[in-house]
Design a protein around this ligand. Structure first.
Ligand code: NAD
Length: 486
C-alpha cells in the first residue's frame, strides 16, 4: 500500500530530492520504520517555485467554473479511494481506521465545498458616486501559494489549504508535515489522476527549516498559509512580512471548557473526555483547561477521573485514542508533567508513558488529569498537544469567564450550563475564534470560518468563503458607460 520511499511531486512528476537524501518516517504505534521520505532542501523548493510560476497564468485564465470541475474530479478520486487514504492516515498517525475514515470524509466535504465555489467566487457590484459609472470588485489570484501544514489531521490539513488556494486561480506548493509524508503524497497522485494540469500543485517533503523556510522566504511566493505551532508561526510571520507576502497563521491553543454548577454533569464529562483526549489530544482545538464551579468541583472531578481511567488506548476502532505522533512530543509532555509535579501539581491520573507490553514500543501517554496548578504556571500557559488536561476551580460565572480569557491563546472555548443568559454572555465575551455551548471544543465545519485570537493566529479565517480572502486579491473596477462625459 505504501511505497518504501515517498518522493516529492514537482507538478505531476515524482522526484527524489536533488541530493537523493531520505529520512525515516516511524510508525508511532510501534516505533518501526514505516517508510522513507525525500529530504528536500532549498534547491528542490526553487524548482517547485519555478514550475508553479510557469503553470500559473494558464491556470488563472481557465474559468473558475472549469477549475472547480477539475477539483471536483479530485474529490471523486478521494471518494473512490477513501479507504486507501484512510489506511495511510491511520498508519502514519496511529489513529484508528474509524477515525481516519471520518477525517478523510471531512477532507472530501471540504473539497466539495471549494470545487463548487468555482461557480460563485463572488465579487460585489455596487453604486458609484459619479453619474454614468458602475463600480464593482473582482477576485484575482495572488500567484504562487506556499502551504505548510501540521501532521495531526493530515488529510484534512491538506484539503483545507490546497482546495481554496487552487480554486482562486493560484498554483500551490504544499510542504507536507514530516510526520505524515505519505498522506500528502497520495493526494498528489489522486490530483494527477484527476487531470490537474502539470505544475498547478507541487507537494514537497522534508523538514521545516530545510524545506519550509526557503518557501517562506521566496520572493515569488505571494501568499503563505501555515498551520502549526505558535513558535514557528512567529518565525514565518517575521520572514514573510519582510517582503509583504500575504500570511495566514492557524496556530496553537490552550482551550478552556467551563462546567457550571447547573450543567448536566454526565454530559459535560462525556464532552470533556472527547475534547481532551480524542486524537490523543493532538488537536489545536482540544480542551486542556477544565474550569469547574467550586460547588460541583469534587463531584465532577471524581466522575471525570473515574471515566478517564477507563479509556482504552490503542489503534483499534474501539479505542478512545492512539499514540502521539513522535517520540520527541511524548518525551516533552512527560517532562512538562514532571516539572509541574515538582512545583506542587497533583496528578489525578496518568502523567507518564505507557510501558506495558502492548504499548511500550509506541509513543503512548496515559490519559492525564492534573489539579492544584496556578493559572499562570508554565504547564497552564503552554500548549502540550497531547492527552493532558488541567482542572481549575472557579468561584462563580464571572470568575470562570475571567479564567477562560486569562491565557496567551484564543482559539476555542466551551461552556456547559442550562442558563441561556450565561451561555450568551460566555459566547459574547470569550476571547476566542470559536465558542461552543454544551458540547466539546472543536474546529469549524468546512463551510465555516476557523481561526484564533491572540497567539492562536493572525486574525485570518479558514476554511469557509472567508479563506477566499486569503488566496485572492480584490480589485476595484469602475466602468464609465458614457466616455463623452468628463
Ligand atoms: P510545527 O510548527 O512544529 O510544524 C508545522 C509545520 O511547519 C511542519 O510542516 C514543519 O515542517 C514546518 N516548519 C517547522 N519549522 C519551520 C520553519 N522554520 N519554516 C517553515 N516551516 C517550518 O507544529 P507541529 O508540532 O507539527 O504541529 C502542532 C501544532 O500545530 C500545534 O501547536 C497545534 O495547535 C497547531 N495546529 C493548529 C491548527 C489550527 O488550525 N489552528 C490545526 C492543527 C494544528
Amino acid at each position: 500500500m505504501l511505497p518504501n520511499q515517498i518522493p516529492n511531486w514537482i507538478g505531476t512528476q515524482e522526484r527524489a530530492a536533488e541530493t537523493n537524501e531520505w529520512f525515516d518516517k516511524l510508525n508511532p504505534a510501534n516505533g518501526q520504520i514505516l517508510c522513507q521520505a525525500a529530504r528536500s532542501r532549498k534547491t528542490d523548493i526553487l524548482q517547485a517555485v519555478e514550475t508553479a510560476k510557469k503553470a500559473q497564468s494558464a491556470w488563472a485564465d481557465m474559468p473558475a467554473v472549469q477549475r472547480g470541475m477539475i477539483l471536483h474530479k479530485i474529490v471523486v478520486g478521494m471518494q473512490n479511494r477513501q479507504s486507501e487514504i484512510a489506511a495511510i492516515v491511520a498508519a502514519e498517525t496511529g489513529k484508528s481506521m474509524k477515525e481516519a475514515l471520518g477525517e478523510t470524509g471531512g477532507a472530501i466535504q471540504c473539497g466539495l465545498f471549494y470545487a463548487s465555489e468555482g461557480q460563485r467566487l463572488y465579487g460585489r457590484t455596487t453604486t458609484s458616486g459619479t453619474v454614468n459609472k458602475y463600480a464593482m470588485t473582482i477576485r484575482q489570484p495572488i500567484g504562487v501559494a506556499g502551504l505548510i501544514i501540521a501532521a495531526n489531521t493530515p488529510i484534512a490539513n491538506v484539503a483545507w489549504k490546497v482546495f481554496p488556494a487552487l480554486i482562486c486561480g493560484n498554483t500551490a506548493i504544499l510542504k507536507a508535515a514530516e510526520d505524515t509524508p505519505a498522506t500528502a503524497w497520495i493526494f498528489g497522485q489522486i490530483a494527477k489522476e484527476a487531470g490537474l494540469p502539470d505544475g498547478v500543485l507541487s507537494i514537497m517533503q522534508g523538514f521545516g527549516e530545510e524545506a519550509g523556510a526557503p518557501l517562506v522566504a521566496h520572493n515569488d511566493v505571494g501568499v503563505i498559509s501555515f498551520t502549526g505551532s505558535t513558535e514557528v508561526g512567529c518565525i514565518i510571520n517575521r520572514v514573510a512580512a519582510e517582503r509583504f507576502a500575504r500570511i495566514s497563521l492557524e496556530l496553537g491553543g490552550k482551550n478552556p471548557l467551563v462546567v457550571c454548577e447547573d450543567a448536566d454533569l454526565e454530559s459535560a464529562t462525556k464532552w470533556v473526555l472527547l475534547s481532551a483526549f480524542s486524537n490523543a489530544g493532538q488537536r489545536c482545538a482540544s480542551t486542556s483547561r477544565i474550569i469547574i464551579f467550586e460547588s460541583v468541583y469534587e463531584k465532577f472531578r471524581d466522575m471525570l477521573v473515574e471515566k478517564t481511567k477507563k479509556l482504552k488506548v490503542g489503534t483499534a476502532d474501539d479505542c478512545d485514542f492512539g499514540p502521539v505522533i513522535n517520540e520527541g512530543q511524548l518525551l516533552g509532555m512527560v517532562s512538562a508533567v514532571e516539572k509541574a509535579k515538582k512545583n506542587g501539581a497533583a496528578i489525578l491520573c496518568g502523567g507518564e508513558r505507557m510501558t506495558d507490553a502492548e504499548h511500550k514500543d509506541g509513543y503512548y501517554m496515559v490519559p492525564t488529569l492534573i489539579e492544584n496548578v496556578d493559572p499562570h504556571d508554565e504547564i497552564s500557559e503552554c500548549e502540550l498537544f497531547g492527552p493532558v488536561a488541567l482542572l481549575f476551580k472557579a468561584i462563580d460565572f464571572e470568575h470562570a469567564l475571567q479564567m477562560a480569557n486569562d491565557t496567551p491563546y484564543g482559539l476555542t472555548a466551551s461552556i456547559h450550563t442550562k442558563s441561556i443568559h450565561r451561555a450568551t454572555r460566555f459566547y459574547d465575551k470569550v476571547q476566542t475564534g470559536v465558542a461552543v455551548v454544551n458540547a466539546g471544543t472543536h474546529g469549524s465545519e468546512p463551510h465555516m470560518p476557523f481561526g484564533g485570537r491572540k497567539l492562536s493566529g493572525n486574525g485570518s479565517r479558514e476554511p469557509g468563503t472567508e479563506a477566499l480572502d486569503i488566496y485572492s486579491e480584490l480589485k476595484d473596477v469602475y466602468i464609465n458607460i458614457d466616455p463623452t462625459q468628463v
